[in-house]
Design a protein around this ligand. Structure first.
Ligand code: CAA
Ligand code: NAD
Length: 309
């Protein structure tokens, strides 16, 4: 036991030293996830550049971060002066940009949280690879795509990994750290320690479909939709059942709307194409229909449920 705690303390201090090398973080994509990642990094003392191709998305992200930091500050500090310092310090550490290539010119870590599309992610990383300093580590927050396929676009596979955060990032405690065969131990250590520096509990996983959580969660969510497609139960009753019968904080339809039906459809499409023999990943028509109707979930005001603007 003594030996174990010595090792733990030693590896923690080594990891902390490596994480402390990550001072400036560039987050690409300022949607639901990118804004949350930028926020928690800034809250924990890192300077952050948050990048998006869409200026409207950047504006929305800034408002989302302001609201969220206020909620965090209210919970963290009783004292109003301390709370307002925390808010202004956090917001003061975030700058924004619409030019990813320039933004990575001087950065320690890039966390990508753009649309769930392999070719778009590869194109982005191949451009960033040429522009970022050699020490810069790259990570993708993809929900479902193979990290190895994204990393192929770069010449730094040893400094490439998956950093899979959960929505809402300021609240969810977990961070999955994903390695590809080429990821160096130093990169794994630095990414894991950085996660701890953000206040997250980290788990490590190989580059398997959906890593740990989504491998289990995605088939569950798709199965819930199949239940309503077959007319076996209503979505309201399914949500009530899972909240009261399994103590989940949200039912599957509330969670699908919360994640975003566009993202879920892209996950469903990629997995049903890549694993045609896997029944659990088969395409779900209702998801396609809702996305075609512009019903993307909470972010668009309507998905399975309707939301007040
Ligand atoms: N920013 C800051 N704080 C927030 C917040 C935000 N965006 N949202 C909620 N909070 C805080 C609130 O301040 C509140 O704190 P206190 O209770 O200490 O006051 C607490 O979180 C609870 O918030 P609410 O009372 O507003 O709402 P709630 O109790 O219904 O909880 C929830 C909201 C945290 C989202 C909860 O419903 C929940 O955990 N839902 C499940 C979320 C989930 O499963 N996420 C994973 C999705 S899958 C994924 O992310 C992976 C993928 O690849 C798709
Ligand atoms: P989102 O639609 O809310 O945001 C994506 C943002 O990326 C948009 O603002 C878009 O303008 C921007 N973007 C698209 N292409 C870009 C490019 N080439 N360069 C810069 N910005 C670009 O999506 P999200 O829900 O934040 O998901 C982002 C990523 O995180 C996806 O890979 C998704 O699978 C993953 N993820 C999502 C969740 C979730 O619950 N929504 C959870 C974990 C991981």
């Amino acid at each position: 036991m003594v030996f174990y705690s010595f090792l733990t303390t030693r590896s923690l201090s080594l990891s902390s030293a490596m994480a402390s090398k990550i001072k400036h973080v560039t987050v690409i994509g300022s949607g639901l996830m990118g804004s949350g990642i930028a926020q928690v990094a800034a809250q924990t003392g890192h300077t952050v550049t948050m990048v998006d191709v869409d200026v409207v998305a950047v504006d929305k992200a800034q408002k989302r971060i302001e609201n969220s930091v206020q909620r965090v500050a209210k919970k963290k500090y009783g004292d109003e002066e301390e709370a307002s310092k925390f808010i202004s310090d956090t917001l003061g550490r975030i700058t924004t940009s619409v030019d990813a290539v320039t933004a990575v010119g001087s950065t320690d870590l890039v966390v990508e949280a753009i649309v769930e599309n392999l070719e778009v992610k590869k194109k982005l990383f191949s451009e960033l690879d040429k522009a970022a300093p050699s020490h810069t580590m790259f990570a993708s927050n993809t929900s479902s795509l193979p990290i190895a396929k994204i990393a192929e676009a770069t010449s730094r596979k040893d400094r490439f990994g998956g950093l899979h955060f959960f929505n809402p990032v300021p609240v969810m405690k977990l961070l999955e750290v994903v390695r590809i065969p080429e990821t160096s131990q130093a990169t794994m250590d630095a990414m894991t320690a950085w996660g701890a520096a953000l206040g997250k509990i980290t788990v490590q996983c190989k580059d398997t479909p959906g890593f740990i959580v989504n491998y289990l969660l995605v088939p569950y969510l798709l199965s819930a939709i199949r239940l309503i497609e077959r007319g076996d139960a209503t979505m309201e009753d399914i949500d009530t059942a899972m909240k009261l019968g399994a103590s989940y904080p949200m039912g599957p339809f509330e969670l699908l709307d919360f994640i975003g039906l566009d993202t879920m459809k892209l996950v469903n499409k990629a997995w049903s194409t890549d694993y045609p023999e896997e029944q659990a990943f088969q395409m779900v028509p209702t998801l396609v229909k809702l996305v075609e109707e512009g019903k993307l979930g909470r972010k668009s005001g309507e998905g399975f449920y309707r939301y007040r603007k």
